[in-house]
Design a binder for this molecule. Structure first.
Ligand code: PGA
Length: 252
């Protein structure tokens, strides 16, 4: 996969729409000069309509940080893929560890993934272990999150799927505390192995695998070159347009 994908996960930030517009405009302007990377910004839902008005481009798409598994209905507080599509959002981050920590199960993630794909939204399904032991138990955790999360997702759906590997213990830290790139490569191979078991080699290889967890301009390149991921999911460092653009420039 030569074209890389970099996704900004703004989480519950920034606090004001004016600031959101400023960051978005900065990113939008900056990515026009960068080749070979698709960029996606996933703001909080409430900012989506305003950012949609600023426009998407061939290089910059919009996404959201969650969506529910029904189109409409008695679901207090939920938002559907059909609703966000009206505001140009084409990606939805699903199963982020911060949502799993609030009780979201892999079964629920699976329903959301399947529904998002049916609605034509690209599902960015997050997987990641909370801790690492010497026994390698984390591989079992990742296998389970993949197998349950992808149950019922067919080969034909894979063009609407991205896997984001985010070891939970490496999120929101300094660059030095992120996963090291050789260990990332080992995990990328493992994820590819599980996907191959589920879908066969050729279809599995087409599914982009991203890394997330304390990605900064100083470590971004290694994740892609040594870790061999197809892109990055960036939290904290995506809230400053310049820092985020520096990450993108590092991997082209
Ligand atoms: P971080 O967050 O880049 O701030 O570690 C990544 C994420 O949680 O998606």
């Amino acid at each position: 996969m030569s074209k890389k994908i970099v996704i900004a996960n703004w989480k519950m930030n920034p606090s004001k729409v004016a600031e959101a517009k400023k960051i978005y405009n900065g990113i939008k302007k900056g990515v026009t000069k960068i080749r070979g990377v698709d960029t996606v910004v996933c703001p909080p839902f409430v900012f989506l309509p305003e950012l949609a008005k600023l426009g998407v481009t061939k290089k910059l798409a919009l996404g959201v940080q969650d969506t529910f598994y029904e189109e409409t209905g008695a679901q207090t507080g939920q938002v559907s893929p059909a609703m966000v599509k009206g505001y140009k959002a084409k990606y939805t981050i699903l199963g982020h560890s911060e949502r799993r920590a609030l009780g979201e199960s892999s079964d629920l993630v699976n329903k959301k993934v399947r529904h998002a794909i049916v609605e034509g939204c690209t599902a960015v399904m997050c997987v990641g272990e909370t801790e690492r032991s010497d026994e390698g138990d984390y591989f079992r955790v990742i296998r389970e999150e993949l197998e349950v999360g992808l149950a019922g997702v067919k080969r034909a759906d894979l063009s609407k799927l991205i896997i984001a590997y985010e070891p939970v213990w490496a999120i929101g830290k300094r660059a030095e505390e992120a996963l090291d790139a050789p260990a990332l490569y080992e995990m990328v191979l493992f994820i590819q192995k599980v996907l191959t078991e589920l879908y066969g080699r050729a279809p599995a290889q087409k599914v982009p695998i991203l890394y997330g967890g304390s990605v900064k301009p100083s470590n971004a390149k290694e994740f892609v070159e040594v870790g061999k991921v197809d892109g990055l999911l960036v939290g904290g460092a995506s809230l400053k347009a310049n820092e985020f653009l520096d990450i993108i420039k590092e991997i082209v």
